[in-house]
Write a protein that binds this ligand. Structure first.
Ligand SMILES: [Zn+2]
Length: 376
């Protein structure tokens, strides 16, 4: 890319000034001023939008700042110099504040000095767009949109809900909905394994190897996009329908149930839960809703009808209370305790309801303005 040369040149000037040790201390402003000179030396750079070059300068200085800060901290690590970037190294262009125009209706992104590019929009962008970062990932290019969202309060619903995230169902809520756990990674695992075998056989440095690598990267990206889509829609549904959403504090829960029974997929689910709760929290904040994180202690063991402690290990899927006779799904019982704990209310008796199963497809089929799924 064109900016390769410019960042190298900026680095070179900095290093030369340093090497001479002649007390010349360059400041961001000085390297900023080199840009017109660079442009005159290399007319090709004129084609790069000036703000992008300024961002290159800015990125360089913040990298250097980080570097000198970690040098000061020391910690016995060896800290090198920032490397000169070779061709193709600098894969990011940052359009800050201006120099871009996003036409969402026609999926076209216009960039200064580059022109109109047809893009695939993963979802509709809301709010005031502050910056667009153009990034290369393998052969493909991505535009990362940074937007400021003004809070958009939703009308009050006077409803509250407790959510229990788990491994069997992704969520069981206190309205007795059970949301299927998405298995996007597992669904693609055969395909991925096949590609990885091919990759192992491919000759290093060959075109074929590059192609397979790109396919692997694309598959990972697809899996992530699907998962994000699912999490966005599910969190949006709950935020739209409830004034108060209660969840377990996962930072505490992680320590509590740190068992190795669930193998490699556990980490994927952990990441999904954290992301889900993060999405709930910022969507709730913007909508004027409340997300309450409760202490996960005893949410599973306590009877949500009478408050007695009913011990059960992980394999027991049903809560059966010998004291009051209440019997229900283990996670449903937990979601009710999470709700009561969040509202700081005592437990309350209830008729046992069968869970209402909601599939991943049903979640994905929801519109952005998702109507809630309610069973009562
Ligand atoms: Zn009970």
């Amino acid at each position: 890319m064109l900016v390769d040369g410019s960042i190298n040149r900026l680095l070179q000037d900095l290093n030369e000034a340093k090497a001479k040790e002649n007390n010349i201390k360059l400041k961001p402003y000085d390297t900023q001023n080199i840009i017109p000179l660079l442009k005159s030396e290399n007319p090709m750079l004129g084609q790069v939008y000036s703000k992008v070059l300024q961002m290159v300068n800015y990125t360089l200085w913040s990298n250097l700042k980080g570097l000198s800060a970690s040098k000061k901290r020391g910690r016995g690590r060896t800290i090198g110099h920032i490397r000169f970037k070779g061709y193709g190294w600098y894969n990011t262009q940052n359009y800050n504040q201006s120099g871009f125009k996003l036409d969402q209706d026609h999926s076209i992104l216009r960039l200064s000095k580059i022109g109109a590019i047809r893009i695939k929009l993963y979802r509709k962008m809301e709010g005031c767009i502050k910056a667009i970062i153009i990034k290369r990932d393998g052969k493909r290019w991505f535009a990362i949109v940074q937007a400021d969202q003004a809070p958009r309060p939703l009308p009050k619903t006077e409803e509250a809900i407790g959510l229990d995230v788990g491994l069997n169902s992704f969520v069981v809520d206190s309205d007795s909905n059970s949301i299927e756990n998405p298995r996007f990674a597992e669904q693609s695992s055969k395909k991925l394994a096949k590609l990885q075998r091919k990759l192992a056989r491919a000759q290093k440095g060959s075109n074929n190897r590059r192609k397979i690598k790109d396919k692997v990267a694309r598959l990972h990206k697809t899996i992530n996009c699907r998962r994000d889509n699912f999490l966005h829609k599910l969190s949006r549904t709950y935020v739209n329908a409830f004034d108060i959403i209660c969840v377990e504090d996962l930072d505490v829960k992680g320590l509590k149930e740190n068992d190795n029974n669930h193998g490699m997929h556990r980490s994927i689910h952990d990441a999904s839960w954290s992301k889900f709760i993060f999405m709930l929290s910022y969507k709730a904040q913007s909508a004027g809703r409340k997300l309450i994180k409760v202490d996960p202690r005893n949410t599973t063991q306590k009877c949500s009808a009478c408050g007695s402690i009913v011990k059960k290990d992980l394999s027991i899927r049903v809560h059966e209370c010998p004291y009051c006779g209440f019997s229900c799904d283990r996670d449903y019982n937990a979601s009710r305790n999470i709700l009561f704990s969040g509202l700081e209310q005592p437990v309350a008796p209830i008729e046992s309801n069968p869970l209402h199963h909601i599939s991943v497809m049903q979640v994905l089929a929801m519109k952005w303005e998702a109507a809630p799924f309610r069973t009562r």
